[in-house]
Ligand binder design. Structure first.
Ligand code: NAD
Length: 484
């Protein structure tokens, strides 16, 4: 029997897509087909938008306190199925099971944060703006929103947006990544159990066709996108051209600066997790180490030694420290960049190509790879490789490190490893990146803070999570009152 074809969830019902275009979804550890995903039609998008629009007024009139209780129920169900969800993430994406657990935990934390909606979306007022006249600012939901999600945090990313959107009283459509759609499918089974009014939440599987139908639909108010920079730019421009609000979190090339006074063993451990965790497929992954002055030689030696010991394999095996990359296509792209680095004259000091994982001949594996003597103008120092490939750039001093970061077109994250408070302060003050780590390799904000990003890593003004999300998903209306 073949793998199941995933269904859409529209208006509170699971419905089979009528599309004839169906893609295989692979387990990247062994290449097996674990599901099939339809590329839904524009008509199916129209049905989802109609269902979300129809229930909007009923849902916005549901008191925030009651909307908050739906969040509590959802949290309970996610806790009950926690392990099952994590295993689904590992099976579709490849990341190790502990990382998958971390991802599901972050999704739950956003549900917990959104449960605070009764106080999060309160307005404000002023008496006597003129004699006997008062002014109120009321905060109201807007309508139908949607999320276009990436493959790399397939369970979590829609939860940077969706819990806030619906807690605010909007209705929602999720378009998961077609590469890793199974965990959203499982999460929608839980959302179905929560028993939201039909149409509050909808799931439409697909790719560009579904996205374009959402972006041009007159009844969609806004889009939250997370993915690569070219697609983010396209979605931002298309949403704006169609009169929609958009928040587009995009690609990255993150630097990790190490000063000579850094605590070396802790720094090396943090860099390894940053560069090789999730096989380098995080938007916060460290891609370049900028080694300042005399720390360069000892740091390089330790990084190569420790990275070469990381155990690569199936993420469901508890002893494995790094899983496969997500797809054959991703593997080919990463191997292409390793070739490119060699052509450009960088020194390959740890070669992860050709790694064999016993019992998994068809997995998409590449082991930790380190290039030394990378120069800032090289392609491998500028492009987002999105795999377990780390480049080391020796720099003379702190200022040179800052100028390299300033010239990178992305601004998602940057970290500094140091014992100097002065340098730490300079770093967080001057670096134009949205997520800064001081002696932290992955500066991932918790749910009550915005998931920031600057330059080519973000298009928009309000980010996912926290108060930014509440503002994105609401309108503010001013009411000026006089009674005779
Ligand atoms: P991607 O851009 O290929 O796809 C993202 C989504 O866009 C998918 O749902 C896909 O179906 C859709 N899409 C792809 N091409 C499209 C097109 N031409 N028109 C309309 N829609 C299209 O990204 P990905 O490979 O799934 O994810 C990896 C990328 O996401 C990396 O660049 C990573 O840095 C980025 N990312 C960024 C953040 C952040 O917060 N800044 C977080 C996670 C991932």
């Amino acid at each position: 029997m073949g793998a199941i074809v995933l269904k859409n969830y529209i208006g509170g019902e699971w419905v089979a897509s009528q599309s004839s275009e169906i893609l295989d979804v692979h387990n990247p550890a062994n290449g097996e087909v674990i599901a099939r995903v339809p590329l839904s039609t524009a008509e199916e998008v129209n049905q989802a938008v109609a269902a979300a629009k129809e229930v909007f007024w009923e849902w916005r009139e549901t008191p925030p306190l009651i909307r908050s209780r739906y969040m509590f129920r959802l949290k309970e169900l996610m806790e009950e199925r926690f392990e099952e969800l994590a295993r689904t993430v590992t099976r579709e994406h490849g990341k190790i099971i502990d990382e998958a657990r971390g991802e599901v935990r972050r999704a739950i934390e956003n549900v917990e944060a959104a449960a605070g909606i009764p106080s999060l979306m309160m307005g404000y007022n002023a008496e006597d703006i003129a004699v006997g006249i008062d002014e109120d600012c009321v905060v109201q939901p807007v309508g139908v929103f949607c999320c276009v999600a990436p493959f790399n945090f397939p369970a979590m990313v829609p939860f940077w947006f969706m819990p806030y959107a619906i807690a605010c009283g909007n209705t929602y459509i999720v378009k998961p990544s077609e590469v890793c759609p199974t965990s959203q499918n499982q999460l929608f089974e839980l959302l179905d159990e929560v028993d939201f009014p039909p149409g509050v939440l909808n799931l439409v599987n697909g790719a560009k066709g579904v996205v374009d139908a959402l972006l041009t639909h007159p009844d969609v108010a806004g889009v939250s996108f997370v993915g690569s920079t070219p697609v983010g730019k396209y979605i931002y421009a298309t949403a704006a051209a169609n009169g929609k609000r958009a928040q587009c979190q995009a690609g990255a090339k993150n630097c990790l600066v190490v000063t000579p006074d850094a605590v070396l063993d802790r720094t090396v451990a943090a860099i390894l997790t940053s560069a090789f965790g999730t096989a380098g497929q995080r938007c916060l992954s460290g891609a370049l180490v900028l080694a300042v002055g005399e720390v360069y030689e000892p740091l390089k030696a330790l990084l190569v030694e420790e990275a070469s010991r990381l155990k690569v394999g199936d993420g469901l095996d508890d002893t494995v420290q790094m899983g496969p990359v997500v797809s054959r296509k991703a593997l080919d792209r990463i191997l292409g960049y390793i070739e490119k680095g060699l052509e450009e004259g960088a020194e390959l000091v740890l070669d992860g190509r050709g790694v064999q994982v016993e019992g998994y001949p068809n997995g998409y594996f590449v082991a930790p790879t380190i290039f030394d003597k990378v120069r800032p103008e090289m392609v491998i120092a500028r492009d987002e490789i999105f795999g377990p490939v780390l480049g080391i750039i020796p720099v003379a001093d702190f200022e040179e490190a800052l100028s390299i970061i300033a010239n990178i077109p992305y601004g998602n994250a940057a970290s500094l490893f140091t014992s100097s408070g002065k340098w730490a302060r300079e770093f967080k003050y001057r670096v134009r990146c949205g997520n800064i780590g001081i002696n932290i390799g992955i500066a991932a904000p918790i749910a009550t803070f915005p998931f920031s990003g600057m330059k080519n890593s973000f298009f928009g003004d309000l980010h996912g999570q926290g108060q930014d999300a509440i503002q994105f998903f609401t309108d503010r209306k001013v009411v000026i009152t006089r009674w005779f």
